[in-house]
Design a protein around this ligand. Sequence first.
Ligand code: SAM
Length: 253
Amino acid sequence: MTSAEERPEAEAPDASGWSEDTSRHFIDYGAYFVPERETQIDTICSVVPPAPEGALIVEICCGEGLLCEALARRFPGAEIHALDGSETMLAAAKTRLEALGASHRTAVIDIAEAGWRAFERPVHAFVSSLAVHHLDGPAKARLFKDLAAALAPGGVVVICDLVEARREAGLALWRRHWDDGVRERSLELDGNEEMLEFFREDGWNYYADPDGDPVDMPSPLLDQLLWMADAGLSSIDVHWLRAGHAIFSGVKP
Ligand SMILES: C[S@@+](CC[C@H](N)C(=O)[O-])C[C@H]1O[C@@H](n2cnc3c(N)ncnc32)[C@H](O)[C@@H]1O
C-alpha cells in the first residue's frame, strides 16, 4: 500500500463519471473502504438459488471480479457473465475466472444502456454490487424491469448498493457507521488509522457529502423494493444493511 505522499493525483473522470484511474483507485482501496466486504459477498452468494448445470449467472459491474469468483466457486456448473464498463476491471475479473477454470464471458457494457440486457437463454441470477447507484431512480426502475423480463422462473435479482437516507439523522448515522467500518478495517489490516484519514480526505464517504459527486445517485431502499415489485418480482427481502450499504433481492415467480 502506498503512503499518502506517494499516491498519484487522480485523473479527471470521463463523461460517464468513471475512469480507468477510478478503477485502479477502487482496486487499491476497496479492501479498506467497502464495509464488511466478505460478509457482503457471502450474503449475495447465499441468496442465489442452487444453480443447475449450465445456469447463467450475470454480474453487472463486476469490478475486479471478487463476487464472480465467489459465485464460480459456489456454483461450479454455472456459466458466469462478468460485465463492466472498465477494461481494467474486466481484465482482473477475467484473470480470476480463468484461474478457476470457470465457464465465463466478459463484456464491456454501459449500465445505463439497454442493449446488453438481452441474453441467449433465461438467466438464473443477476447480481450487482455497488454500481446501481450510478443510475437515477427511473433508470433503476427500468433496469429492474429489464432484468425481471430476462430471468428464468425462480431466478433472482440480487442488488448490493448504497441507498439514500431519508432523514438527516439517518444520514449522520450511516456517515458515522461507514467511518467506523473503515477504522476497524484500517486497524485490522495495518494496525493504524491512516486509511481512515485517507478515506475522509478522499471524500469517499457519500454520507458526508451526498451532493458532492453527481455520479452517485443512491435511491431510498423502500423505493427500490417497490420498483422490484413493479417489475413483477416477488419474495422481495432485505438481507443485510450496514452504513447505508443494503443487500436486497426479488424472485421471478
Ligand atoms: C464501486 S465499483 C464496484 C465494483 C464491484 N462490483 C465491487 O463491488 O467491488 C463500481 C463499478 O462499476 C463500474 N461502472 C461505473 N460506471 C459504469 C457504467 N456506466 N457502466 C458500466 N460499468 C460502470 C466500474 O468500472 C466499477 O467496476
